[in-house]
Ligand binder design. Structure first.
Ligand SMILES: [Ca+2]
Ligand SMILES: [Ca+2]
Length: 417
């Protein structure tokens, strides 16, 4: 079992000034939130009015703001890096330009990439009251897809056909584009079971085991998010975990077998602006996970009942899940005793309903940007193991390429094209 310790970054006094707690549950009113977001806002505002050295800093701030992890990146001490570079090279323009979020034009937008797809599998309800709930949650996903660019596919909502639901799931997965930058979302709504060895999701007819799903998903080489909102779902995380995948389960163990409510709150949160914890105009998969976990916990507290479900998130392929209470805002802030890497960075890059700026980014460009972001985050987690020089020498090319990506896509499209 993991034992939590606060991470180095939180304890380091020199980094405290950059702490921007965005968690809505910690910041209760807009005035406070604005106060805490002053660092990023300040850098944007200063871009037009300060001396060259600070202008470079400001421009860098603008680029990083658009990087999507601005509040987190402040922790890296990149301001120190930029200050150092600015001093060394005077008014050397790093090539970073302020970018207005949501208003970028992409010369190469209009890709023929496959669309994101959401496959919602509604399991056997067992009782009428559960059936109504499960259908309602599935409809929330359908409505969310209608607002986004994602196609919605459902199994278990219509009358039973000649083939079993299990066969239909297998066929649908076999029919998905195997290699694309467009994510596939797989959502399981229903009841699950675990007998100590095998975890299953209850379907009409034959059930779906975690191993079945692992086998059927193997040919897919594309971003994949699996949300198993059923009871006893934790073993699915272990079975399905892999690089490039995000797996969320409603429970932390196969033995949490009571009716799970997490799926209701998750379906409600997935495109809910109120769940947009870092206020970047889009609700990420991570943010939906955090909000749904919080709402689930609140349900049990309000009901005066012991919580019988504790959701987990794994997005680094190590088959170990991270619970919501290990995050502060959108940042994982506790460290496993065994040093295992924490989750959340990748899940914060997926949005069912992306902001206009994010939606307009060509998928391949976004994929590269996401890779670079993850490298930065991984580097940050290793910061204490590196000398300052080594850390910054590794960090700089990553940030430079990210900035170049934003600079490139911020250029107006050529009139000849
Ligand atoms: Ca967000
Ligand atoms: Ca993990």
């Amino acid at each position: 079992m993991r034992t939590a310790n606060w991470r180095h970054e939180v304890q380091n006094p020199e980094l405290h000034c950059a702490e921007i707690p965005n968690h809505k549950f910690q910041i209760s009113n807009a005035a406070q939130r604005r106060k805490h977001q002053i660092p990023s806002t300040k850098f944007q505002t200063n871009a037009k009015s300060k001396a060259p050295r600070f202008k470079t800093l400001s421009l860098y701030g603008g680029a990083v703001w658009n990087f999507g992890f601005s509040s987190v990146l402040n922790l890296f001490g990149i301001w120190n890096l930029v200050l150092g570079i600015s001093l060394a090279f005077g008014a050397w323009d790093l090539g970073f330009r302020p970018v207005s979020r949501g208003t970028r034009c992409f010369a190469s937008a209009g890709s023929s990439e496959a669309r994101p797809a959401v496959l919602v599998i509604v399991g056997a309800a067992g009782a009428p009251e559960y059936e109504a709930q499960f259908i309602a949650w599935a409809r929330l996903w359908e409505q969310a897809c209608a607002r986004s660019n994602a196609s919605f596919i459902a199994v278990g909502l219509d009358e039973p056909g000649t083939s079993s639901d299990r066969s239909r799931v297998q066929e649908i997965l076999a029919g998905q584009t195997p290699e694309t930058a467009a994510p596939l979302w797989l959502v399981l709504i229903g009841h699950g079971t675990f007998d100590g060895r095998t975890a299953r999701f209850n379907l009409r007819g034959p059930d779906l085991s975690a191993r079945d799903l692992a086998e059927w998903l193997r040919p897919l080489n594309r971003p994949l998010a699996v949300i198993n909102a059923a009871s006893a779902s934790a073993p699915f995380l272990r079975e399905l975990s892999a690089p490039g995948r995000i797996v969320i389960t409603a429970t932390k163990s196969g033995f949490e077998q009571n009716y799970a409510r997490f799926g209701q709150y998750f379906a409600a949160a997935i495109v809910d602006p109120a769940a947009d914890l870092d206020k970047d105009g889009q609700t990420s998969l991570l943010e939906a996970f955090l909000s749904a976990s919080h709402a689930t916990g609140q349900f049990y507290t309000a009901a005066g009942r012991l919580a019988t479900e504790h959701a987990l998130l794994d997005d680094n392929g190590d088959a170990l899940g991270t619970p919501a209470e290990w995050f502060r805002g959108i940042r994982p802030v506790r460290r496993a005793q065994d040093g295992a890497a924490l989750d959340g960075y990748r899940a914060h890059q997926l949005h069912l309903l992306p902001s206009p700026g994010e939606a307009g980014m060509p998928p391949q460009v976004r994929a590269r940007r996401d890779e670079l972001e993850l490298e930065v985050m991984t580097l940050r987690d290793r910061k204490t193991q590196l000398s300052e020089e080594e850390y910054f020498s590794k960090l700089e090319p990553l940030l430079r390429e990210i900035a170049q990506i934003y600079e490139q896509i911020d250029k107006p499209a050529s009139p000849n094209k």
